[in-house]
Design a protein around this ligand. Structure first.
Ligand code: DOR
Ligand code: ZN
Length: 392
């Protein structure tokens, strides 16, 4: 593998983003499969896994069928879908999908089951009483289970105790302990049943320690981290306000505890994938009078590779330069954004080199130049390296 140096062109496979929200059907004012795919391609991403919190949610075979049919019209991006479940009957639908020979083609486009251990955008929080059943079913049928790990009880209590109405309160309402509690639960259940569990968008130091230990104890658990948790912290609320509101929320930079832990876990292999959690909302939706009422989520599928390439080139992206000894190699990007997600979710993506990047090319991220329908980015004005072009 080539080492990045000035003037070097690198070739990479079309990357995989195993966590996106393309909003179709029901949220087409924010994004469609076509606009999401266009944004993905421009960012060197050829394969994505879309989440079930659409309207209607992807909790029935019928809803999945509809999404797969829509995705067939999108030629430039291979869209896979996670099934969702909030109630027992949804697990019944998933069982049917996995075991009915007639649904084989549909099943091929389903990357696994996604559960929300607490509510987030789209109100897909799973009923407490079926969490164990979900892990059990996925173990029985060898379905990958991806979990949004936040604990409803801890979040509820933290919200109740809160005095401030400032946007930074969002991070206090969903504290790191909430993620730790939910990750503990996911590890216990994966260990008990032997489920192929994947904790998505891990954002806090101690949750990573739990996953590292579980892996050492041979629990079948993997995880991913988002670019926004790697590059932003609560300090960014000052400039971004509700544009920096997402779940799980940004963490403190104090004693650099969380963000440094994420970068360390990339280097030591605890983190298996980087995924954008591309969650576009319109600017109008984000700029409500009460920022705490704005919907959670940030776009990111198109900016993921440029941000990571910048670190691989030995720089730190962003208007405010910061000293960092965070390390990433090009081969890490390929492992985290192609090889590992391809394997974990059996996506069958081709490793043919389809993306060319020129690391001598610096450019400025501008929302208006990006291809997502939402038209904004939390990285507005950031300087990055690595112009992306697609090979024929
Ligand atoms: O910030 C988030 N946005 N977190 C989620 O869990 C959902 C997502 C969305 O769909 O907007
Ligand atoms: Zn998400």
């Amino acid at each position: 593998m080539m080492t990045p140096s000035k003037g070097t062109r690198l070739r990479l496979p079309g990357l995989i983003d195993c966590h996106v929200h393309f909003r179709e059907p029901g949220g087409e004012q924010k994004e469609t499969m076509a606009t999401g795919a266009r944004s993905a391609r421009a960012g060197g991403v050829f394969t994505v896994c879309d989440m079930p919190n659409t309207s209607p949610p992807t909790v029935t075979v019928k809803a999945l069928e509809d999404k797969v049919r829509r995705a067939e019209q999108v030629k430039n991006c291979d869209i896979h879908f996670f099934f969702g479940a909030t109630k027992q009957e949804h697990l019944g639908e998933l069982r049917q999908l996995w075991t009915n020979e007639k649904m084989k083609n549909l099943k091929e486009k389903c990357a696994g089951l996604k559960i929300y251990m607490d509510h987030s955008t789209g109100d897909q929080g799973i009923e407490e009483s079926i969490i164990a059943d979900a892990f059990k079913l996925c173990a029985e049928l060898s379905i990958p289970l991806i979990a949004h790990c936040e604990d409803p009880e801890i979040n509820r209590r933290a919200t109740e105790e809160l005095k401030t109405k400032d946007i930074t309160a969002h991070s206090l309402m969903r504290p790191p302990e909430s993620e730790e509690r939910a990750v503990t639960r996911a590890i216990e259940l994966a260990s008990q049943y032997g489920t192929r569990a994947h904790a998505t968008h891990i954002s806090s130091r101690d949750a990573l320690t739990l996953i590292r230990t579980a892996k050492a104890n041979n629990v079948n658990i993997t995880c991913d981290v988002t670019p926004h948790h790697l590059f932003l912290t609560i300090e960014d609320y000052m400039k971004l306000g509700a544009l920096a509101k997402m779940n799980p929320p940004l963490r403190s930079i104090r004693s650099t505890e969380h963000q440094s832990a994420l970068w360390a876990a990339i280097v030591d292999g605890t983190i298996d994938c980087i995924a954008s959690d591309h969650a576009p909302h319109t600017l109008a939706e984000k700029q409500t009078a009460d920022p705490l009422k704005a919907p959670s989520g940030v776009p990111g599928v198109e900016t993921m590779l440029p941000l990571l390439l910048t670190v691989a080139a030995g720089k730190w992206p962003g208007a405010k330069l910061r000293d960092s000894d965070f390390k990433l190699r090009i081969e890490d990007i390929v492992r985290l954004c192609f090889t590992n997600p391809n394997h974990i979710f059996s996506l069958g993506a081709s490793s043919e080199e389809r993306v060319s990047v020129d690391l001598s090319d610096e450019w400025i991220i501008r929302g208006k130049d990006l291809h997502s329908k939402c038209g904004w980015t939390p990285y507005e004005g950031w300087k990055v390296v690595g112009k992306i072009t697609l090979l024929p």
